[in-house]
Design a protein around this ligand. Structure first.
Ligand code: AMP
Ligand code: MG
Length: 453
């Protein structure tokens, strides 16, 4: 697809301020969610002099409060002795349990640093000297936090955006720049606009001779033909044989003559793309036949950028290839990437949200590149059976583990239509979809889950 239809919603850092937490379970949950550590402060607030000093010098300092607001969930585990300071029974029970687990020797005061799973990272007693040595000690024990780095650029005629989440010592910008180069390399290989590309060579030699190509391009064509078989020809890279008779820039067009359409439509047939595995050559059987990767190329590029980044040690990221998204790992805050699906009628920013955990989501839609013929809006997607642009749907979003497959299937379901498209997707394992038709009716496949938050 070729427009920015989806956007990554949960990127904002949480802004934080310092508070003492008293509920340990809640503290652990928050620490997990916000990627923080937990600090237990064992105190006898009304009888233990060093406890009072530690609180005064360290925990009440501005430097502790600002450090803790960003990095810690601070839990006060207090054991007051005077009746007037008595805690509720439930709190007393929790604090005693915490002391039995984390402060067996009953040391007061004691600071115990835990990770978000409740395991001890370090302990510290009170030492006079202020908050800074204490903070330096904590910092040396807490492992550096992951950072989120984003870079946007234009490629394949679309806006791209890559976000990765890495530890601070990684040169994230350099890695993303290399992933961008990988995308540009793929663009060169598959472009049918670039006259020197291998794809263009295949097209100019249609009906004349086979063209030997790189195994990479050969593989992409082979997989494209597989999707054609799977979709009964609804997805067909040889759609490009007819593409030149339409202009999909939103301007008004006359429908090309039936004669012109039928002349070109005969050239669309994935069965006429002949592959020779012995020399990885590709031959288009008929003169005038053409192939194009508009419906699968960005998904492939997204997959390859992700593969490059994973191979270089990046455990969390999301590649947005003009709206074709693939995500792995998790963002800095949260367990999964939350993605908004744009409202095609633009009444509200998003009609739904989807959580992506090691999944891709690709949307084909009719509202950025389209054609008006006699005041009827058509998508830039061609029905290979008729040679006419498709109408009836506003958007099709496919969710599955593979961005390339999601890209091809989104286009195919657009051609197949809502009813048969849903039935088709429901037969596929690990593939889900959301369809919006021209009447703004939203339809979901069997196991499509939306984020209802
Ligand atoms: P997408 O946005 O992924 O649905 O891709 C749309 C683009 O795919 C169009 O702009 C065409 O370049 C190309 N295309 C159109 N119709 C088809 C089709 N039936 N099969 C494969 N590619 C198509
Ligand atoms: Mg597609």
């Amino acid at each position: 697809m070729s427009w920015l239809l989806l956007s990554i919603v949960s990127r904002a850092q949480q802004s934080a301020f310092f508070v003492w937490e008293t509920d340990f379970e809640h503290a652990l949950q928050t620490a997990k969610k916000e990627d923080k550590s937990v600090l237990l402060y064992f105190s006898g607030s009304d009888w233990c002099k060093p406890c009072m000093k530690m609180k005064q010098e360290i925990f009440n300092s501005v430097s502790y409060k600002s450090y803790a607001a960003q990095n810690l969930i601070s839990v006060l585990v207090d054991f007051p002795r005077y009746k007037r300071n008595a805690l509720p029974n439930e709190q007393i029970r929790q604090n005693e349990q915490l002391a039995a687990t984390y402060n067996e020797k009953g040391i007061f005061p004691l600071a115990v640093l835990l990770n978000a799973s409740g395991q001890i990272i370090a302990t510290a007693n009170y030492k006079p000297g202020g908050s800074l040595p204490f903070l330096a000690y904590l910092e040396s024990k807490i492992k550096p936090k992951n950072q989120s780095t984003t870079h946007s650029f234009a490629a394949m005629g679309s806006p791209f955006e890559i976000t990765i989440v890495t530890s601070p010592e990684v040169n994230a910008n350099e890695l993303i720049a290399k992933a961008e180069l990988e995308i540009r390399r793929i663009e060169k290989l598959i472009s049918s606009w670039d006259h020197h590309s291998q794809t263009s060579k295949i097209n100019t030699n249609a009906g004349l001779s086979p063209v030997k190509v790189d195994t990479e391009l050969y593989g992409l064509i082979e997989r494209s033909i597989k999707v054609s078989r799977l979709t009964g020809g609804a997805f067909d890279i040889s759609f490009a044989s007819i593409n030149h008779i339409y202009t999909f820039d939103g301007s008004t067009n006359d429908m090309p003559s039936e004669e012109e359409v039928s002349r070109s439509v005969q050239l669309i047939n994935y069965k006429d793309i002949l592959l020779n595995p012995l020399d990885t050559s590709v031959f288009l059987k008929k003169v005038g036949m053409k192939i194009g990767f508009g419906a699968i190329g960005k998904g492939y590029a997204a997959n390859m950028a992700k593969k490059f980044l994973i191979n270089n040690g990046v455990k969390n990221g999301i590649v947005n290839a003009g709206g074709d998204l693939c995500a792995w790992g998790a963002p800095v805050n949260g367990n999964s990437w939350k993605i908004g699906i744009a409202d095609p009628s633009k009444e509200k920013p998003f009609i739904a949200y989807v959580d992506l955990n090691d999944l891709a989501m690709v949307t084909s839609g009719n509202y950025e590149r389209f054609i008006f013929i006699d005041n009827v809006k058509y998508a830039h997607i061609i029905d290979p059976r008729t040679g006419h642009p498709v109408r009836g749907l506003k958007s099709v979003s496919i969710v599955c583990p593979d961005a390339e497959l999601a890209d091809a299937l989104a286009t195919a379901v657009f051609v197949i239509g809502a009813k048969n498209g849903l039935a088709f997707v429901n037969q596929l394992e690990n593939v889900e979809c959301l369809i919006i038709d021209d009447n703004n009716k939203i339809m979901l496949s069997k196991n499509m889950r939306l984020n209802e938050e």
